[in-house]
Design a protein around this ligand. Structure first.
Ligand SMILES: Cc1cc2nc3c(=O)[nH]c(=O)nc-3n(C[C@H](O)[C@H](O)[C@H](O)COP(=O)(O)OP(=O)(O)OC[C@H]3O[C@@H](n4cnc5c(N)ncnc54)[C@H](O)[C@@H]3O)c2cc1C
Length: 304
């Protein structure tokens, strides 16, 4: 239980040949140096550890996308767990159920409404996350009415709505400096295009553990972790600034303005399959290879 200390913030670190020390400020104002063999900065997109490791890093990057997010009780569509994406990569709504339906057939639905604007004036709000009224943004989606779905009505029924700009940071050349490493969003904050930010943070932890089993709790373990993940995940960060799977909807929009009777006549099934296969290969969603691979850390493995 004493491994987790709440209400404490790392403000910086210092390291020597023998060890590393993290400067911690506690909630009551007490300042403490905590010494160790290695320091892993897992302190998110505003990471203090990263800021010290890379003092020249540019500020947070915002490409102009604004997301409004919330939940609503509604009937889940198609399979009952289908992910629905409507519009284009610059003007879209995405939603999917996050609960099983109740006896009344209604489930909790998570929705994300998004538009991309000119980012040249920078983000004008104070924070990165704030509650908003539905009326503040629903007009962008007034035309999203279909015989099978009324998006404005769905938004009106929402329990809550929050505004987030879509932000990330430029990739780093390295996540490691001697005895200090970054992981998760501290290492690679990325757009949620492939829904893979948190998943990658978990993979980082697994790979870091595997490297410690191989090299011990040493700087070599951190260097091996960096060598394995930093370059390929940096490429994913940049790729996530693109349209991802929404490229297919952009194509549909370009060919017919999104209005069609027969989807196969607009984008033939083979072309759709080829597009999605290309995205999955680029994003590393190699399901069969992953399922056939041995676990990153063998069950029961422990450091000696
Ligand atoms: C709108 C949105 C949608 C997303 N959708 C998805 C998705 O569908 N799928 C997916 O996989 N990912 C998604 N992500 C990304 C995902 O949330 C992050 O990648 C993930 O939370 C990163 O985990 P982390 O532990 O590295 O960082 P965080 O979750 O940010 O945790 C960092 C922790 O460090 C603490 N901390 C901060 N500063 C300090 C300090 N100085 N000292 C000590 N502690 C500190 C914070 O309090 C926090 O607890 C989404 C993100 C956003 C914003």
């Amino acid at each position: 239980a004493d491994a987790v200390v709440l209400g404490a913030k790392v403000t910086g670190y210092s390291q020597s040949l023998d060890g590393v020390s993290a400067q911690i400020t506690h909630a009551d104002g007490r300042v403490e140096d905590v010494a160790g063999t290695l320091l892993i900065g897992a302190d998110g997109i505003h990471s203090k550890v990263r800021a010290q490791m890379h003092p020249q890093q540019p500020p947070i990057h915002w490409g102009g996308a604004i997301m409004w997010r919330g939940t609503v009780r509604a009937k889940p569509l198609r399979t009952g767990s289908s992910f629905v994406g409507l519009g284009t990569h610059r003007h879209r709504i995405v939603f999917y159920p996050i609960s099983a339906p109740d006896a009344d057939g209604l489930a909790e639905i998570n929705w994300i409404a998004e538009v991309t604007v000119d980012p040249s004036h920078g983000w004008q709000q104070d924070g990165w996350f704030r509650p908003v009224e539905i009326a503040d943004f629903a007009h962008h989606f007034a035309d999203f009415r279909y015989d099978w779905l009324d998006v404005p009505a769905m938004l009106q029924g929402a329990d809550c709505a929050y505004e987030n700009p879509m932000i990330d940071r430029d990739p780093l050349e390295t996540w490691v400096s001697g005895r200090v490493a970054l992981m998760g969003d501290a290492a690679h904050p990325m757009y949620p295009t492939g829904s893979n930010g948190a998943s990658q943070a978990i993979v980082d932890g697994r790979v870091l553990g595997a490297m410690m089993l191989e090299h011990g709790v040493t700087q070599d373990a951190l260097a091996a972790y960096d060598a394995k993940l930093c370059a390929p995940i940096s490429a994913v960060q940049l790729r996530n600034r693109g349209a991802g799977p929404f490229g297919l909807l952009n194509l549909l929009d370009a060919r017919c303005g999104g209005v069609f009777d027969d989807i196969d006549a607009v984008i033939p099934p083979e072309e759709r399959a080829e597009f999605m296969a290309g995205y999955k290969a680029a994003a590393g969603f190699a399901m069969e290879a992953l399922n056939a691979a041995p676990p990153t850390i063998a069950p029961g493995a422990r450091l000696g």
